[in-house]
Design a protein around this ligand. Structure first.
Ligand SMILES: Cc1cc2nc3c(=O)[nH]c(=O)nc-3n(C[C@H](O)[C@H](O)[C@H](O)COP(=O)(O)OP(=O)(O)OC[C@H]3O[C@@H](n4cnc5c(N)ncnc54)[C@H](O)[C@@H]3O)c2cc1C
Length: 351
């Protein structure tokens, strides 16, 4: 019988909760520290791909999340006027309400997990204080764990902001995105019928904060003012409920694990939202790290985890930025639209 090792998880978002849920309480004592637990139920909808759903199945949560989600295997991309550029098949994915994913993970936590509310400023000092054998930085794109283990890795501010919210009304069968210079608009199935989001290039990467909602809405209304009139109607119904964020990226990392510390989720690879992969990779990281911990213990797991996850997630991080630029760069627009319209096997553009 091994003595139980102690894992300190900093951050109780999707990555931190999934790891705490995946660790065998017979093998590991777990302390989970979250600075703002009231944010747990926030957010609209996330696209989950097959791999992450299989990991949720491994945690016993797949059926619950599937039951609250809208499955989908196709999407539509339109140009600024609303003309269809392409209708494309996607691998099977599910549009899952973020609050439901979080609630499912919360319900899977073993009763022995110690939780407290605190802003962690020095992860190694806290590990010494609680007697942890391993610190897991699951503290998002602004990660204090990343910056303390790998100096010079402050989050990278982009000149893009994202607004998102719910859209009551009929549930669309699949996601639609409108692509054009300096902007991207999306409508997906959502818990209240539909959910909308838009990314707006502001031309200024001034600081890590997003502008206040009113200012962000004015920017979006200006940007999408001469696009498909449907988008103006969506923005007009927003009220005070939308969420605004600046798109922040994790810097490229050579390593996401050091002695006694591992980064998972956005802390390791915070990316532009364009591929819809951030939360998926957070779940995959958590389940893989748990497996490595069960196999190698707290000492061997960081290196084994790095070998399995680091390269893939760094590539996705870079590819997401390319996807954002491809959708929204004026110079690429003509070539891109031509290629999309000519894509084989697609339904004809109907508008
Ligand atoms: C507009 C938009 C759309 C998206 N769509 C998708 C999608 O369709 N599919 C998808 O897979 N992903 C999507 N994502 C990305 C996804 O939301 C994130 O990748 C995912 O939520 C990251 O989870 P995380 O647990 O790593 O980080 P976070 O959710 O950021 O959680 C980190 C937690 O750590 C806590 N914390 C931070 N610092 C400290 C500290 N010092 N002390 C204590 N606690 C701390 C925070 O309060 C937070 O709860 C989207 C993102 C955006 C912005």
């Amino acid at each position: 019988m091994h003595p139980r090792e102690h894992v300190l998880i900093v951050g109780g978002g999707i990555a931190g909760l999934a790891l705490a849920a995946a660790l065998d309480p017979g093998r590991f004592r777990v302390t989970l520290v979250e600075e703002r637990p009231e944010r747990a139920g926030a957010g609209t909808v996330l696209a989950l791909w097959r791999g992450a759903m299989a990991d949720l199945d491994r945690l016993g949560m797949g059926e619950r999340v599937r039951a609250a989600s809208v499955p989908c295997d196709h999407g539509t991309i339109r140009d600024t006027s609303g003309q269809v550029l392409v209708r494309h098949r996607t691998p099977q994915l599910w549009f899952a309400p973020r609050p439901e994913i979080v609630a499912a993970l919360e319900s899977a936590l073993p009763p022995g997990v110690t939780r407290f509310t605190r802003e962690v400023t020095d992860p190694r000092a806290l590990a010494a204080e609680v007697g942890a054998d391993l610190v897991v930085g699951a503290d998002g794109v602004r990660s204090v764990c990343r910056q303390s283990a790998f100096p010079g890795t402050a989050p990278v501010a982009t000149d893009w902001i994202v607004l998102r919210g719910h859209l009551p009304g009929p549930r669309p069968e699949g996601p639609t995105e409108w692509w054009g210079p300096g902007g991207l608009f999306g409508i997906t199935p959502g818990p209240r019928g539909a959910a909308w989001f838009c990314a707006v290039g502001t031309g200024r990467a001034d600081g890590l904060q997003a502008p206040p909602l009113e200012e962000a809405l004015a920017l979006a209304t200006g940007r999408f003012g001469d696009w498909d009139p449907l988008l103006q109607r969506v923005l007009a119904q927003v009220g005070g409920e939308a969420d605004v964020q600046r798109i922040l990226l994790a810097p490229p990392l050579r390593r996401s694990a050091a002695d006694g510390l591992v980064l998972v989720g956005d802390a390791a690879h915070g990316m532009a939202p364009n591929l819809g992969r951030g939360a998926n990779e957070a779940i995959r990281d958590a389940v893989t790290l748990a497996r490595m911990l069960h196999r190698h213990g707290a000492k061997g797991a960081p290196r084994a985890f790095h070998r399995r996850r680091h390269a893939t997630t760094q590539v996705l991080r870079a590819a997401s930025s390319v996807a954002l630029r491809t959708a929204t760069t004026t110079r690429l627009a003509r070539v891109r639209d031509h290629v999309l319209r000519a894509a084989p096997g697609q339904a004809p553009p109907t508008g």
